[in-house]
Each structure stands twice: as C-alpha cells, then as structure tokens.
Design a protein around this ligand. Structure first.
Ligand code: ADP
Ligand code: MG
Length: 695
C-alpha cells in the first residue's frame, strides 16, 4: 500500500486543527491518538495527565545517595557509549558518565539506542531517576533526561504523566502539548465570566496550562478545580433545567384523597412504618401536583417499598388511571405480580402480568385487556416497552431496581402516555448523596430508613478458605432445624457459558460430596424461564434445602424460611450486589447468616468484604463504597453509563465541590432559564441536554 501523502504541518494550529496535521505527529501516532478520542488540537489539550512526577528538587551531583526514590540532578556528560547487555543478547545498554563540580556518577539506559544520537559528550543534562550503588559506583538507572538548554519539560518541575497508552509515551505527549498551550487562549470558555468571578476559578487557558505544566502545586489544585467545576456545572445545568421544565409542564394529576389511602391501609395485615407513611404521603402530594412526579424511593431490601408503590397504584386507580410496573427480571416481575394482586385485588383492581415467556395467546389477551381499560395494573419486564402495549389511561409508572434499566428503556415506558405520567423509581441500592446531586438532580429522593418491626439483623461473616467446613456445618445445622440455604456461585464476567458450567459443577459437588443427604437444587440464568420458575417454586415451597445459584437470585426473591446466604468468591461481587444477596435472608422471624467466602486473599477485597460485614444498612454501605472507591471514580462511571464519553472527573473531583456547583447552577438558571445569554455555554449544552431532556 502506498504511504498516504503527508500534509505539510500547519504553521499556526487552531483548536480545530486535526492532530494529524501537527509537526511530529505521523499517521501512526495520529491513529493511536484517535483511539483515545483525540482527533483535534482541542482534544489534545483536554487529554489530561493522570499524575505528576515531582523533580523540582534538582541537587548537586555530590548529594546523590542510593535509595528507592527518584532523584533529580544536573550534570555534564563526559563519556557515552553503547554495548550489548549480555553476550549474544539483543538488549543494548547505553552507558554514560556524568560529572558536576568534581563529583561523578554513571548512568545506564536500557534498550534506547537512539539516545546515542541525542546525547553527546559535553552536553549538560537534567536527569531524574533511581540511584543504586553498583560495580561502576553510583549509578542512575533509566533516568528521564533533558538537555538544560531546552528548558524544563521532563525534569526539574512537576512533570505530567499521561494515562498509559501503548505507543504514546508521556515524553512524546509533553513535547506535542506544550507548544499548543497558546492555542488554549482561542478556546471559548463555556463558564460565564460571572460564575468564574463568583467562584474564583481560573480562566480556561490558564487552567489548561497549569494542569499540563503546573508552576506549583497550589496552581495545579486550582486548575483541576476549575476543570472539574466546568464539567459538573454543565451537567448540573442540564439536570436542573430538566427538573424545572418538568415541574412547569403538564402531567397526569391524581388528586389526593385521604379516605382512599385510609381504605387501603386499613386493609393491610400490619401497620405501616413511619418511613412508609411519610414516603406514601410525599408521593401522593407529587401525584396531585400539576407537573409530573419524578421520584426515587430508596430503601433497603425488606424495608417495604412494594406496599408503598401499591398505595400509589391504588390512589391512581381511584382517579381512573392505570399503572405500569416494570421489574428487571422475570422472577421478580412474577413475585411483584403476586404481591400486588394480593394487595390490590380486595379493592377491585385487576393486576395483569406480561413477561418475555408469556405465550402469544395470553399476551394478546393481556394487551387487549389493558388497552380496552378493563385491567388496571400491568406488571412485567422489558416486555412492557414493546410498541403494541398501549396503556390509554396510564397515570403512574413504577420501575423497580431502576438502576438495572437504561435511561432509554425508562423513558420509552413513560412515553406510552400522551400526557407525562407520574414516575416512581425504586431501588435497594441507594445512591450516595453527592452522586445523586450530580447525576440525579432532576429526580426527587425519598428514603425509607426504617425496617418493619421484628427483623433481626443478618449475622455477616467473612470466611477465609480454610474455614469452609464451618460454613458447610452451619448450612447443615440450619437445614436440620427446618431452614433453607442459598449458595451463590462466583461471578464469571467473561462468559455466561463458563458461569453456568461452574454453577453446574458446584451443584454436583455439593449434591454428591458435601450434602449427599440433603435436597440440593440448581438455578442459573440460561435455563428456560419456565424451568427457572419451577425450580424456584420448589425451593419456595420447601421441597429443596439448598439452592445453588448464579447471581439470578440477586434481586427481590422472597423466601422467609431461608436463613443462610453463602456467597462463593465474594470479593468478585460489588458491595451493592453483596448487600442485595444478603437481603435474600433474614426475611422471616428466624436468625440468619450471610457468609462471604473469600476466594483469593487480597487486601482490597478483604477491606470490601469487611465493609459488608460491618454495615447492615445499605445507606451506610453506599457511603462506605464511595469512600473506598473514591467519589470521582463512582461519579465518572455513572457519567459513562449516562453516555458521557469524556467523564474525566475521576481524578479532578474535590471534596465538597459538588455542592458549590449545584448552587451555582441554580443561581445561573434563575437569571438565564433557557441558557441563551452566554453563547459558548449554549453551544456546549447539546450532549447534556440529550441525556436529560425528555422532550
Ligand atoms: P422491599 O421491596 O423494600 O425489599 P417488600 O416490599 O418486599 O420490601 O417488603 C418486604 C416484606 O415486608 C414483605 O413481606 C411485606 O409484606 C412486609 N412488610 C412491608 N411493610 C411492612 C410493615 N410495615 N410491617 C410489617 N411487614 C411489612
Ligand atoms: Mg422489592
């Protein structure tokens, strides 16, 4: 293939100049940059360092000492040569001798033969590297180097180190980015000058200069603050604007009728907890208001969210509205269908079920019943989203375990009605407050922090590999007392198939070797829905003692007689997931256990498992998770899930910044509601608006 003709490097690049046209960027490098999402000069300026090497402390050569930390020196080359590292091997060594004020040291570089062309006898160098005492005296190994005459990009300053990328060395990036810094002056700053002044933030060009080549640590902090502020500010504007629009828009109003609520609660076999009462009240107020409700109900497994949702459906029904109730799995949808039927049928509300495995004939009937308005509540999985499912009087949408659905799926369900229905999401995986503020600010939040009375906490233990027998003994003892146990098989990310195979093996091992006298059942995600259901049913009705399963039992499954949750390879699961598993037991009046079997004993994994053992509440656990993983990491991953490709706030986010940003965005919207008064800001809103605006 002929080499593509190379454009002559542009004399004066601008923000939109393709990187491929820059001096020193060949087609190969350009392709590598592209893989990082960098195609223009602007992109390159926003390719931020991951960390910095501090070599500001340049010492005289005579102060050099062997030690583990890199040391920076300035010295003159008196000799440089190359030889093979070992006889007959290809690896080449560059050896140099450097001197300064009578002191002398050796320098070794491995496999960088080109250095022989770049460094010559008599050159004055800045070097930064680890120092050892070897056969040739003090030796600096593989140092970063720079000629003194060239100024300081690589040594003698806070040196930027960019995220590891095959074939794109930090050194190369520094040399490309530094000459482009003046271009940053031409970038339009999306932050309005007023916001910048009020928040005392650096101008964009200064921030970019300082984040790549900081003059001092304090300026680096301010640069990072400014860049994170900008991203979060745009996000907040989109989120808060969406909320203001929603509240000003027209939705299905469901009048609040206290006597209707009263009828429902008096039909319950228990008293609502205070949390449930407050949550229901807030939801009634939301539904009665002109603008549509958009609320997230957070509460631990077993805190009784479903009955609150049922109250809302009951109130909606009294106003002549239908309710759609969506759950992430078929097992869960069936369970909700049963629960809601129990709760609502006494009030003459008909509840129907629609899932993937519903037969064509049954499906037609359900769809007709709902479209004709004979049926009132439709419970199901993604199957509800299909176009031919029409809910003419849809007034309330409930989505359980909402984080398991994509934004689009949730929106399609809401869009089934001509008028925006009220939306209630539920989750047992609480969102930490700062994250909620950042990403979910258009959603109102209600917590159920109280559990129904009489629930004993689940005793949670981390079980090291050598104590496995104790875990089995507990299972056996519980079964002998008439209880049941779950065994969760390790998560295998790469392949469904492998996961199923390992679950089958574990099942056979437990059935044949460990518990030959017990009734062991198997459940995994690849079984046909009907079979899953039957097996689940056998376990639920006490025809099996031990249920070996993959993570399909994660959410919702309600089996009050189960008292042991044993999780193999526990460190492979996320904290929220482990907490969900734990929520499968402790649902009856018996004492129960959650055993976290540790597969591999690593530090980080242990800390996470301890956190699960120490925190009974999902709210506390979410905060701990945030602390362990870092606010920025959690926020970045959430942003990526929302489709923001450059969600690089990970390393930038500083404590308390989110609150400031949120307040600033609110003030800005007060005086610029349609975001038109600062054009560079308007121009940047597109992507954010796409994610948040429903219309
Ligand atoms: P969640 O969906 O929040 O995990 P559920 O709604 O499934 O919890 O409720 C868990 C169990 O607690 C159910 O069996 C439900 O009947 C019961 N329950 C709910 N509220 C109360 C209450 N106030 N008092 C006693 N039991 C309750
Ligand atoms: Mg639930």
């Amino acid at each position: 293939m002929p080499a593509p003709s190379r454009p002559t490097p542009v004399a004066v690049p601008g923000p939109d100049t393709p990187v491929a046209e820059l001096a020193g960027v060949g087609p190969g490098k350009a392709a590598k940059l592209q893989r990082l999402g960098v195609t223009t000069v602007r992109d390159l300026l926003f390719h931020l360092p991951r960390r910095y090497e501090d070599s500001r402390d340049v010492r005289p050569l005579r102060e050099l000492r062997p030690g583990p930390d890199p040391q920076a020196v300035r010295a003159r080359v008196t000799h440089i040569s190359m030889r093979p590292a070992h006889r007959g091997r290809r690896m080449m060594l560059i050896e140099a001798t450097v001197e300064d004020d009578g002191a002398r040291a050796s320098v070794i570089w491995f496999n960088q033969p080109f250095l022989l062309r770049e460094i010559h006898q008599g050159d004055e160098l800045l070097l930064n590297g680890k120092v050892e005492f070897g056969s040739r005296g003090l030796t600096i190994k593989n140092p970063t180097r720079e000629h003194v005459r060239e100024g300081t990009l690589h040594v003698g300053r806070l040196v930027p180190v960019y995220p590891e990328t095959e074939g794109l060395a930090s050194r190369w990036l520094r040399e490309r980015i530094e000459p482009l810094l003046p271009v940053a002056e031409a970038l339009e700053d999306p932050l309005p000058p007023r916001v910048r002044a009020e928040e005392n933030l650096l101008p964009l060009a200064d921030a970019l200069r300082q984040v790549h080549f900081p003059d001092e640590p304090a300026l680096l902090d301010r640069a990072r603050e400014r860049l994170a502020f900008e991203q979060l500010f745009l996000l907040q504007l989109a989120v808060q604007r969406a909320k203001r629009r929603r509240l000003a828009g027209v939705g299905v109003a469901v009048p609040y009728r206290p006597e209707v609520a009263q009828t429902f609660t008096s039909s319950l076999p228990y008293r609502l907890t205070n949390s449930q009462r407050v949550a229901a009240y807030v939801i009634f107020q939301d539904m009665a208001a002109e603008g549509p409700m958009n609320r997230l109900l957070q509460g631990d497994v077993g805190s009784g969210k479903t009955v609150v949702a049922a109250m809302a459906a009951h109130m909606a029904h009294a106003a002549g509205c239908q309710t759609a109730f969506m759950a992430p799995t078929e097992i869960l949808a069936r369970q909700h269908h049963a629960t809601l039927s129990n709760l609502l049928a006494p009030h003459d509300i008909s509840v129907r079920l629609l899932v993937g495995s519903t037969s064509q004939k049954a499906r037609r009937e359900v769809i007709q019943g709902i479209a004709g308005g004979h049926d009132d509540v439709l419970v199901g999985t993604h199957a509800l989203i299909e176009d031919d499912v029409v809910l003419a009087r849809l007034g309330l949408v409930v989505v359980d375990e909402q984080h398991r659905f994509g934004i689009m799926q949730r929106q399609r369900l809401r869009a089934k009605s001509a008028v925006m229905p009220n939306f209630l999401a539920m989750t047992a995986t609480p969102i930490p407050r700062s994250l909620w503020l950042a990403m979910w600010g258009d959603v109102d939040l209600t917590d159920i922090r109280e559990m129904p009375p009489g629930r004993a906490p689940v005793q949670t233990d981390v079980v090291p590999p050598h104590a496995r027998a104790d875990a089995y003994a507990l299972v056996r003892e519980q079964v002998q007392q008439g209880r049941q146990a779950f065994v969760i098989c390790p998560l295998i990310e790469e392949s469904d198939k492998l996961e199923v195979r390992s679950a089958v093996q574990e099942y056979e091992r437990l059935r044949d070797e460990v518990f030959p006298d017990l009734r062991v059942e198997l459940l995994h995600g690849r079984m046909p829905a009907k079979e899953k259901d039957e097996r689940m049913q056998r376990f639920a009705t006490g025809q099996a003692d031990v249920l070996v399963s993959t993570s399909v039992v994660e959410v919702g499954v309600d089996i009050p007689n189960a008292t042991v949750m044993m999780i193999e390879g526990a460190e492979r699961f996320g904290l929220a997931q482990l907490h969900q598993f734990r929520g499968r037991v402790g649902r009856g009046s018996h004492a129960s256990w959650c055993l976290l079997l540790q597969g591999s004993p690593d530090e980080e994994g242990s800390a996470r498992l301890r956190a699960v053992a120490e925190n009974q509440s999902g709210f506390d656990l979410a905060e701990t998770d945030l602390r362990l993983r870092g606010e920025g990491a959690v926020l970045s991953s959430e942003m990526r899930q929302h489709g923001f490709p450059n969600a690089g706030v990970e390393d930038l986010l500083q404590h308390g910044l989110m609150e400031r940003v949120s307040a600033a965005a609110g003030r800005w919207l007060d005086q610029d509601p349609d975001l038109s008064s600062h054009p560079p800001l308007t121009a940047r809103m597109g992507r954010y608006a796409d994610v948040y605006d429903l219309d």
